[in-house]
Design a protein around this ligand. Structure first.
Ligand code: GTP
Ligand code: MG
Length: 346
């Protein structure tokens, strides 16, 4: 079986969970009960203005521009700058020197999507390690198909567009299909059984379990598993279902934020790629273009290094659109989902 042994007796899971929570608390600075009101110039009144604009925690504030913060909170530019700086200090969003940065970039690994056009959209070589790539779109848009293709492609050697690694597939919706993986592997001329063996699948039963599984990934890597890709399909479904009440939005965002933080940490620590899928919801406020918005809003948007909007195109094709990338132009391309997975079609 290619599961990774996550089904444990209830008791054991509970104690593990408590341990996990403690650990998260001790080494993740923004969970040490730091609040918006701990920042200079942010009193309760300003904090509640921020909250009503969807800014609930330090991370969301830390990544804002002073102008935006100043507009939302109704504070002066100097106060805004100071608050943002303080939030960054508290979160330890430190800078590294140029050499260190260059060194880190040099060992970034890439995983081909299977489509040259799609790779080009992402800068030429596919999705990259030390980054979170988010695929969002309506049902049937190809989010899971891309995930499955990546899980196969990561196993390829570097010269063929892979990272000679294994994939972890955290499945929150029960959509992982071994038969489909085999079909994709066969389409690429690979041994289907071997390919399937190199994908470690875990079903996440709720958002706590989903969080816990990330720790498991770290443990597996420490034990020597050459994991180079972590997939979470879907990132937001459990969070969305569990925190569905109006008053629960702040809690949901905070938890999601912590999860993304943990994912990014995993990507950085082990130089691996992260691909997450995300659903869309109708956005009645948008009057032009495609009236859909990714779940999780700003939190997911800021945390994802690459956001790709997927949709169905003409004659069975798919369209991938890159959104808000830090270093690449917003652009879109056509690709295909075939029996052999994602590619450029016949
Ligand atoms: P949700 O999870 O429902 O939100 O959607 P999704 O975006 O994950 O959709 P998914 O990636 O599962 O895409 C489903 C589509 O992929 C189907 O409608 C098919 O068009 C295509 N597809 C799935 N399996 C195959 C296959 O075996 N062969 C081919 N050619 N296409 C497939
Ligand atoms: Mg899916």
């Amino acid at each position: 079986m290619n599961t990774f042994d996550t089904i444990k007796p209830y008791k054991e899971v509970t104690s593990f969970l408590i341990m996990a929570t403690k650990k998260i608390k001790s080494d993740s600075p923004e969970t040490k009960d730091s609040q918006l009101t701990d920042l200079p110039g942010i009193g309760p009144a300003v904090a509640s203005k921020l909250e009503s604009a969807g800014v609930y925690d330090l991370m969301s504030l830390a990544v804002m521009s002073p102008n935006t913060l100043s507009d939302i909170a109704g504070v002066g530019a100097a106060v805004a700058r100071k608050a943002i700086q303080a939030a960054r200090d508290l979160l330890d969003l430190g800078f590294v020197d140029g050499n260190e940065f260059a060194e880190r970039r040099a060992n970034v690994a890439y995983i081909t999507t299977g489509s040259k056009c799609f790779n080009d959209l992402l800068g030429g070589r596919g999705i990259e390690s030390r980054a979170i790539t988010e695929g969002f779109g309506a049902f049937g848009s190809g989010k899971t198909q891309l995930a499955l293709s990546l899980a196969v492609n990561v196993q390829l050697p570097e010269e063929k567009g892979g990272a000679s690694g294994k994939a972890v597939f955290i499945d929150t919706e029960g959509t992982f299909r071994p038969a489909r993986v085999k079909q994709i592997a066969e389409g690429l001329g690979a041994d289907p059984e071997k390919v399937l063996k190199n994908i470690l699948v875990a079903r996440a039963f709720n958002s706590d379990h989903q969080m816990l599984l990330l720790e498991k990934v770290g443990e597996l890597i420490k034990k020597g598993e050459p994991i180079k890709l972590v997939i979470v399909d879907s990132l937001t479904a459990h969070f969305r279902a569990e925190f569905s009440g109006r008053g629960q939005l702040a809690d949901r965002q905070q938890k999601l934020n912590r999860y993304l933080h943990d994912l990014m940490k995993l990507a950085e620590t082990y130089n691996l790629a992260v691909y997450v899928t995300n659903q869309v919801m109708a956005n009645p406020a948008q009057m032009f273009g495609d009236p859909t918005t990714a779940i999780g809003g700003n939190i997911v948007g800021h945390a994802s290094t690459y956001r790709i909007y997927l949709r169905r195109g003409k004659q069975g094709s798919r369209v991938a659109k890159l959104i808000d990338s830090p270093n690449l132009p917003d652009n879109e391309t056509i690709f295909w989902v075939t029996d052999a997975g994602v590619n450029d079609g016949a």
